[in-house]
Design a protein around this ligand. Structure first.
Ligand SMILES: [Zn+2]
Length: 863
């Protein structure tokens, strides 16, 4: 079933204007990319879509791939031209035919325009010969693979590149004879002719363009059967033992996931066959092409030294991609504004499938630490955005990604299941999948299905949780009787923006009595809720409103609980309670209710007793941030020696190498005393070793940089020597690039910053970010303040020329080292001077500057 596209609300005005223009000249929108207006126009127009695609892959990488595609479809309106997406130049289109008749080639702004005169009502066949673009074909000497998500199919072949125009594909590939080939559909024939081979694949089920895929090259193939299903694994690993060691587990994990999903969804695996391809250095962990999943090889073929985390990561990745076969592939979002949905469901299912197999891990604490701090980092700022964002053109699909999609959405999905129950969730998902099988559905479609099965108002729920930014402020208040027992315990929520929004959610309040906890679930649907079970209980030592970490919001501790926890946080009985407590104390510090120095002292003491590795890493992250950003200079100097001592001792004592490394990295970052810096120097020289921790070349480079930014005597010689130690040319080039950002000569640093204004010098983005972080190191913050304004002025260009995550990373690297009122004023003045600044970029500035604004405010009275 196909429903029509949901119009992004605030784009309505623009689209209306466009619709009027379209009516005027009968010309569909053909702006570069795939605009929402173009996609919406084609949705109702085209049906029964099929692609017959033939590609000839030459032996030589220098030669382009020739292709021929026949687009077959039924058309309901032939009064206006048809726009086909193809992001190549005119020369790449060799011929166009409609039926048997040639059509003049007309290529405009990444589209081929088929004139109305060449179209007819009902069945049409448009044949196009072309030269494929290489951008999404990942061509190597010995293999290639396509990766079309989100809108890159159109760079390879002419198509209708939007997720809700699903099509059946008949693919044939001509490749060098020694190559294997795999695609979504089963192989139907392989024909050899001299040194060439032609692979023909059976016609697929209807799939979206971003899910259509093939890989070809020199691959080994291993087949295995599980529960009557044959699966093929394609790989290029030369270490035979490594393959043998891993293969059975990889097949087993896929089989387990498939069985689980068939049971959960009540729908048999929907596609014709199930193969997967292990690609060296694949861009992502995996990509869920139906029938031909692509994986990063190293995530599946594990080394002998792999940790429990690596095994969990592999199982989760396999379960994630397998879940997509139903969530994303069988039923696909209408438009990429709902891309978060398929990701969140794949993670949600993967956790259900995999977690029970790893009972020794604390999954609740893992979930808390992996999602909440990163989600809050954005959602507590005025630059936050809703989970569901509008998207006017698929070209901009990349700007949707970030912590809100990856970290907040999974929390919200958990909340939804808590609210309606596991059973209603499963039944609703079954209905949703069955109703839209091989079609598309939006978030609103799912909410409608679920809404019918529960007494809760899910549309209202969705409006605040999914369509709105930010989080509620939640607090607990208790009243005591004369005998000291509880008369009442009340939870209340408020809207930080004063708009009276209500976040309906379920969570568990913990009442702490020494070493024991009393847990009370609460459904906070309205502005406040009483906990009747609390009545008559002895007064607790503390109340942790978000006791089990399930709730989402700014959970405020009452004054007495805050006092108690500031003394006892490190000795609370279980990891999850400690985790929730630390998150709450951090928020209290950001709100100005706890001095950063107090929190630093407490966290530093906690490191001595903390037994959980995940929690230790979180504490180290908080410590480093608080130390550099939220302490005054004198507070920092006063604490440096103690910090160094504890971190160094813990690094010596830790038993696991990953924990040792975490302590050592923190030590390297904070070392300030003469002793500490001398120790850094001795380690860099090799005079002092940390037993059990092998330092890499990268570690030595970082040490050299930390020494240089501290301007130790002979820093220049240290950098010279370090440059000489680096043998790998790529790493050598990176070192040379970053180095001027560390110079003690401000003139050299100025010239380096000036050079970043040239886009060509920003080509290696990780290099730029590393250099910026040293340029704006807290020890040099005052001299670096002058770079903030020009960096903001570059932002629009940064977005135009950089990768999708670069603008936010650029801002973070620029602002993270600063905490002064004057630096904050620069950012505020910039925002004030540009009231019409692009909203998404403005949001990113407000996200990145939030810590700076808070620090400036908190430190002001102390200065
Ligand atoms: Zn995914």
């Amino acid at each position: 079933m196909k429903s029509s596209l949901m119009r992004p609300a605030t784009a309505a005005g623009m689209c209306l204007a466009c619709a009027i223009a379209c009516l005027g000249d009968r010309m569909p929108d053909r702006a570069p990319g795939v605009s929402w207006a173009l996609a919406e126009g084609r949705t109702g127009l085209l049906s029964a879509l099929r692609y017959e695609l033939h590609l000839e892959v030459p032996d030589s990488l220098g030669e382009r791939i020739r292709g021929r595609v026949t687009l077959r479809f039924a058309l309901s309106d032939v009064t206006r031209p048809l726009v086909v997406d193809f992001a190549q130049r005119r020369e790449s289109v060799l011929s166009v035919r409609a039926g048997a008749a040639p059509v003049a080639v007309n290529v405009v702004d990444e589209h081929i325009i088929i004139p109305a005169s060449a179209l007819r009502e009902g069945e049409n066949a448009i044949e196009i010969e072309f030269l494929a673009g290489n951008a999404s074909l990942n061509r190597n000497r010995e293999f290639l693979y396509s990766l079309f998500v989100p809108d890159r199919a159109r760079s390879a072949f002419p198509c209708f590149d939007q997720p809700n125009l699903k099509a059946r594909y008949s693919l044939s590939l001509e490749v060098p004879a020694a190559w294997q080939a795999v695609a979504n559909g089963p192989l139907s024939s392989r024909q050899l002719e001299d040194d060439r081979a032609v692979y023909r694949f059976a016609t697929t089920q209807p799939v979206s363009t971003y899910l259509f895929s093939f890989a070809a090259g020199e691959f080994q193939v291993i087949s295995a059967e599980r529960h009557g299903r044959v699966m093929n694994m394609y790989h290029r690993e030369t270490d035979r033992l490594k393959v043998v060691r891993n293969a059975a587990a990889i097949f087993d994990l896929h089989a387990t996931a498939l069985n689980w999903l068939e049971r959960y969804t009540g729908i048999e695996y929907p596609f014709e066959k199930f193969d997967f391809v292990l690609i060296p250095s694949f861009q992502y962990g995996g990509m869920e092409h139906p029938g031909a999943i692509l994986y990063r090889a190293s995530r599946l073929l594990l080394d002998e030294s792999a940790t429990q985390n690596d095994y969990l990561g592999r199982a989760s990745l396999i379960a994630h991609e397998t879940s997509h076969m139903w969530f994303g592939d069988l039923v696909t979002m209408e438009w990429f504004n709902d891309v978060w949905m398929k990701e969140v469901f794949a993670n949600f299912m993967a956790a259900k499938i995999v977690n029970p197999s790893f009972p020794e891990l604390d999954h609740e604490l893992r979930f808390l630490l992996a999602h909440y701090p990163a989600a809050y980092e954005v959602d507590r700022t005025p630059g936050s955005h809703p989970i569901r964002q509008e998207l006017d053109n698929l070209r901009e699909a990349g700007t949707l990604y970030g912590a809100i999609i990856y970290r907040k959405a999974p929390i919200v999905m958990k909340q939804l299941e808590l609210l309606i129950g596991e059973e209603v969730m499963r039944e609703g998902l079954r209905e949703y999948l069955a109703a839209s099988a091989f079609g598309n559905a939006s978030w609103a479609d799912l909410i409608r299905v679920l809404d019918r099965r529960t007494e809760h108002d899910l549309e209202a729920w969705s409006r605040t949780w999914v369509e709105e930014a930010a989080r509620p402020t939640v607090a607990a208040a208790s009243r005591l009787r004369e005998d000291g027992t509880l008369a009442a315990l009340t939870l209340s929520q408020s809207d930080p923006e004063g708009r009276d929004r209500l976040w309906n959610q379920r969570f568990t309040v913990a009442l702490g009595y020494g070493d024991s906890l009393r847990l009370m679930p609460v459904q906070l649907e309205t502005a406040s809720a009483d906990l009747p079970d609390a009545e008559g209980l002895p007064a607790p030592d503390y109340v942790l409103p978000n006791g089990r970490g399930l709730g989402y919001g700014l959970f405020q501790l009452d004054a007495a609980s805050l006092r108690y926890l500031l003394g006892r946080a490190p000795s609370l009985p279980d990891g999850l309670t400690r985790g929730v407590t630390w998150l709450s104390l951090w928020e209290a510090m950001l709100e100005g209710r706890v001095a950063a120095s107090r929190l630093v002292d407490l966290a530093l003491g906690a490191l001595r007793s903390e037994s959980d590795a995940q929690l230790t890493e979180r504490l180290l992250a908080y410590l480093e941030t608080a130390y550099w950003r939220y302490l005054t200079d004198s507070e920092r100097r006063d604490r440096a020696a103690a910090m160094e001592r504890v971190l160094w001792n813990r690094a010596q004592q830790a038993s696991e190498p990953s924990l040792k490394a975490a302590y050592f990295n923190a030590f390297r970052s904070v070392a300030l005393t003469e002793n500490g810096v001398q120790r850094l120097q001795a380690i860099w020289r090799g005079d002092v070793e940390l037993s059990g921790l092998e330092l890499s070349e990268r570690d030595h480079t970082r040490l050299a940089f930390e020494l240089a930014v501290r301007e130790v005597e002979g820093w220049e010689g240290i950098l010279d020597q370090q440059a000489g130690r680096i043998e790998n040319p790529d790493r050598g080039a990176r070192f040379a690039f970053v180095r001027p950002a560390l110079s003690a000569d401000p003139g050299v640093r100025d010239r380096f910053f000036e050079s970043l204004k040239d886009a060509a010098s920003r080509e290696h983005e990780p290099w730029v970010l590393e250099a910026l972080r040293y340029l704006h190191h807290p020890l040099r913050a005052s001299s670096a303040e002058k770079y903030i304004l020009p960096s903001l002025e570059l932002l629009v260009e940064i977005q135009a020329t950089g990768d999708i995550f670069f603008p936010k990373n650029w801002l973070d690297a620029t602002l993270d080292g600063h905490n002064s009122g004057s630096a904050a004023a620069v950012v505020r003045a910039f925002l004030d001077a540009h009231p019409d600044y692009p909203p998404r970029l403005r949001g990113k500035i407000l996200q990145s500057a939030d810590g700076l604004f808070r620090a400036a405010r908190l430190l002001e009275p102390a200065r």
